[in-house]
Design a protein around this ligand. Structure first.
Ligand SMILES: *[C@@H]1O[C@H](CO)[C@@H](O)[C@H](O)[C@H]1NC(C)=O
Ligand SMILES: *[C@@H]1O[C@H](CO)[C@@H](O)[C@H](O)[C@H]1NC(C)=O
Ligand SMILES: *[C@@H]1O[C@H](CO)[C@@H](O)[C@H](O)[C@H]1NC(C)=O
Length: 252
């Protein structure tokens, strides 16, 4: 008898606790979204709409040359647009090249050729994106405005290389949304996802989880190549850039 009364009290307490947690969850937050482009944007947009539905305040940070975010269209979330010194067309032509290569030439090229070509295209994209990041970080009015907005969290797509750097500079926690990176390099090296090469095909390979011995071997080599390229890319491009920006922000 006594123990069943204890049990009811405990159940009641758990229930009250659940309600409290639910209540805390319903408090609305202030979210800064830093999306990627194309499918990355479509992917994040669904999340943002859901956040707005739950009464969170969402601001989307977007550059004036965005090829896929239509910031003139009225939405449930607001846009913060900053100008960049290039046109939407620059993004689009790089993307067209990339998709054309991946669809029509990559399937008939060697692993090494694909790796090198991806590196080449990514280098051009990174140059464009870093130009965008540069303009953003050196836009004092924008940065002050972002600081004053007191965001609770940055929701970003690491397709754009400096989104984590922005969260770091604003001193705000970061949540990442990513479809996939080549060789799943970011997910494996930055996010520690397990990707055993015998079962998980490495993008851009189109195998499934059932691979023959030779396909597994191919997959393994692709992982090695993509990992090395990613490592070199971070070492030669991003590390230096991040240090420069952090230096210039802390001294200016
Ligand atoms: C959002 O706010 C509206 C109006 O204040 C309220 O009616 C609605 O229940 C809230 N929705 C959630 C999920 O909290
Ligand atoms: C963006 O949205 C505006 C307003 O809804 C619309 O007039 C315009 O055609 C859209 N632009 C693109 C490129 O879809
Ligand atoms: C790629 O190779 C396949 C099979 O050898 C062939 O059918 C296809 O036409 C080739 N595609 C291109 C773009 O060369």
């Amino acid at each position: 008898m006594r123990s069943s009364a204890m049990l009811s009290v405990r159940l009641l307490l758990s229930f009250a606790l659940l309600l409290l947690c639910g209540y805390r969850g319903a408090l609305s937050g202030n979210v800064l979204a830093f999306p990627g482009e194309y499918s990355h944007w479509l992917n994040m947009r669904v999340v943002l709409e859901e956040l707005v539905e739950r009464n969170h305040s969402v601001t989307v940070l977007v550059c004036s040359a965005s090829p896929s975010v239509n910031y003139t269209k009225p939405e449930g979330f607001s846009f913060k647009v900053y100008n960049v010194p290039f046109e939407k067309r620059a993004w689009e032509s790089l993307t067209d090249d990339f998709i054309g290569y991946w669809m029509y030439q990559a399937p008939n090229s060697s692993t090494l050729q694909v790796g090198l070509k991806i590196r080449d295209i990514l280098a051009q994209m990174t140059a464009l994106q870093l130009k965008m990041c540069d303009t953003m970080f050196h836009n004092k009015e924008l940065m002050d405005n972002l600081r004053q907005s007191k965001f609770d969290v940055v929701l970003s797509d690491p397709m754009i290389p400096c989104t984590d750097l922005l969260a770091d500079i604003l001193g705000v926690p970061l949540i990442v949304s990513l479809r996939f990176s080549f060789g799943m390099s970011m997910e494996r090296h930055c996010g520690q996802i397990p990707a055993p090469p015998s079962y998980v095909p490495s993008p851009p390979l189109t195998y499934t989880d059932r691979m023959s011995f030779l396909e597994r071997l191919h997959n393994f080599v692709m992982y090695m190549i993509q990992s090395s390229l990613f490592y070199l890319h971070c070492l030669l491009t991003l590390d230096k850039y991040y240090s420069e920006i952090k230096d210039s922000i802390s001294h200016g």
